[in-house]
Design a protein. Structure first.
Lengths: 118, 246
């Protein structure tokens, strides 16, 4: 079962991340620290071990399911947020319109001269 | 009657009941999504969440109790976030090649994605906890949850915000790209991932593998940038606000 070894990598890096966050008091989540450390380790190592891929791929594919218990919570705060929905929806929708326009405009200017390799 | 009640209590007492409900709603939601022809305006996760909410309402299980049991699943979010380090590593060649445009556009676009939304919400009178819940709206869910916990926002509201933002990003990218005559799939993909996190990235992979790869790049870099700087900036702004009022 190579996936078990890979899963131990992931849990191990998370625990290292938690250690770093606890010791330094940095306002970052243990998962993000673990993710960066995993990337750095792979860079030094120069490749993805098979066992890690066997654990990481199915977990990433299941992310949507793992966040479902949190997503469903939104239906239970509808009453609490009454009176704020206009502000929330405007911020999300108009904010996204503006940020999409900004990204496209910036990238259109900056990507000139970077032709696709193919 | 008494027996049925005690059976219900027994089942509710085990966290595996919440796990089974979640798995069932997920599979059913995915099935319905495929059956509907994978509509972009209705993400599979929204269908699954609606089903799950209906199941909870029908069975009369209070949400906090369900969430408690589902911890057995959600604890996997930690290692799953770490797992994102693997695709990040695989994107290094692309980051090296385009570091110049990325180093300028990413911090600007990712910061503005936060500031636009917070500015609008603040102008319209949203309270501080609401601002804290919306700040990470363009960040992929596993990372955004960590950020929102740091800021003291509501995870439930964040999740709703992520859904709306993802769907809006898909619509606006296709609209504005047409209007601005942008055909470069790298730019379209990057904009989808930066603004629309995982929902936008899924859409980008439907356009082409190149668009998908750039969407993943935009999504992971936005996640890291926001995770490293937003909680720190939040603390600083809070400290300034505190010293001004005192």
């Amino acid at each position: 079962m190579p996936a078990v070894g890979g899963f131990l990598w992931l849990v191990g890096f998370w625990l290292v991340g938690e250690t770093v966050v606890t010791l330094t008091g940095l306002p970052v989540s243990a998962g993000v620290v673990g993710m960066l450390l995993l990337s750095a380790t792979l860079m030094v190592r120069g490749g993805v071990p098979e066992s890690l891929a066997a654990a990481a791929q199915p977990l990433i594919a299941l992310l949507a399911m793992l966040i479902m218990p949190g997503v469903v919570g939104v239906f239970f705060i509808l009453d609490e947020m009454a009176g704020y929905w206009m502000a929330i929806l405007s911020a999300l929708i108009v904010g996204t319109l503006l940020s999409v326009a900004t990204t496209l405009w910036l990238m259109q200017r900056l990507m000139q001269g970077y032709h696709a390799p193919d | 009657m008494h027996q049925i009640e005690s059976l219900r209590d027994t089942l509710l007492a085990t966290p595996l009941f919440a796990v089974a409900l979640t798995l069932a709603a997920y599979l059913l939601g995915m099935g319905i999504f495929r059956h509907l022809g994978q509509p972009t305006w209705l993400p599979a996760i929204l269908i699954a969440a609606l089903l799950l909410a209906a199941l909870l309402a029908l069975s009369g299980i209070p949400y906090p109790e369900y969430r408690e049991g589902a911890t057995w699943l959600t604890i996997l979010l930690g290692p799953a976030t770490v797992a994102l380090g693997m695709p990040l590593y695989q994107q290094l060649p692309r980051i090296r090649e385009l570091w110049r445009p990325l180093v300028v556009s990413l911090p600007l676009a990712a910061s503005l994605a936060i500031l636009y939304a917070l500015g609008i919400a603040w102008l319209m009178g949203a309270s501080q906890p609401i601002l804290a819940s919306l700040a990470a709206k363009s960040v992929t869910a596993p990372i955004a949850i960590g950020i929102t916990q740091q800021l003291g926002g509501s995870i439930a509201l964040l999740m709703g915000g992520l859904l709306v933002t993802g769907v809006a990003a898909i619509a606006f990218v296709s609209l504005l790209a047409r209007w601005m005559k942008i055909k470069d799939e790298r730019i379209i993909g990057f904009a989808l991932g930066l603004n629309g996190h995982a929902i936008g990235t899924v859409r980008a992979f439907e356009i082409s593998p190149t668009a998908g790869a750039f969407a993943s790049l935009g999504m992971s870099l936005t996640g890291i940038f926001t995770a490293l700087l937003l909680p720190l900036a939040w603390r600083l702004v809070g400290a300034i606000g505190m010293s001004v009022t005192s």
